[in-house]
Design a protein around this ligand. Structure first.
Ligand code: ITT
Length: 205
């Protein structure tokens, strides 16, 4: 499959989530691409009406690309818990409520596991990254990181559900880990590696 290359010097990061913005900016910096956030460009937050991570990443990236006339990168991500039939999944942000309280969201996950009497504490993060251009062209990549759910939550680094997630082979939660270590193994980093190989191959790292 021929992938479209990102040759433009400026990229809009189509997220209103500060934690994601920081991580995507760190991943992009070595490629010499100037990143501006959708918020700074005055782009509104579109409604996430897709039924999959891929569909939501595409609609967010296209919304920003069309609004700004620049290529845009969106991330749709979340925590999937097999014992909860994949929840919170694409609803991960919504489980935190309007106050975006992830302490509340993590307690909700733990309470749902307890209500099911689930001994299966596996969980995995998914990130779908879409690069979209103003003409409607999209390139989408998916990364996952698998692990187990810790309780109580530990650590105040990262964002979202990081304090309750321990990746396979690790003892620290993502909330306790050095950011660089999380970036080396995260769902977002894995999707990003696929994106860079496919669409940034001509740019120096
Ligand atoms: P944008 O749509 O503006 O990008 P959002 O926070 O609404 O921001 P999503 O709809 O993709 O983004 O929701 C993903 C949620 O999943 C996010 O709010 C986090 O709580 C959680 N999540 C995603 N990646 C995560 C990570 O690396 N660590 C912890 N939690 C993560």
């Amino acid at each position: 499959m021929v992938r479209r290359q990102l040759i433009e010097p400026t990229l809009v990061i189509a997220t209103h989530n500060k934690g994601k913005l920081v991580e995507i900016d760190a991943l992009m910096r070595p490629f010499g691409i100037a990143c501006v956030s959708a918020g700074d460009k005055g782009v509104s937050e579109p409604e996430e009406t897709g039924a999959t991570f891929e569909a939501n990443a595409e609609l967010k990236a296209l919304h920003s690309a069309r609004a700004t006339g620049l290529p845009a990168l969106a991330d749709d991500s979340g925590l999937c818990v097999p014992a909860l039939d994949g929840d919170p999944g694409i609803y991960s942000a919504r489980w935190a409520g309007p106050a975006k309280d992830f302490g509340f969201a993590m307690r909700k996950v733990e309470a749902a596991l307890a209500a099911k009497g689930a001994s299966d504490r596996r969980g995995f993060f998914v990130a779908c990254l879409t690069l979209a251009w103003p003409d409607g062209h999209c390139e989408t990549f998916r990364g996952e990181v698998h692990g187990t759910l810790a309780w109580p939550p530990r650590g105040d680094r990262g964002f979202g559900y990081d304090p309750m997630f321990v990746a396979e082979g690790e003892t620290l939660t993502f909330g306790e880990m050095e950011p660089a270590r999380k970036h080396a193994m995260s769902h977002r980093a894995r999707a990003f590696d696929l994106l860079t190989a496919a669409c940034l191959s001509g740019r120096a790292r």
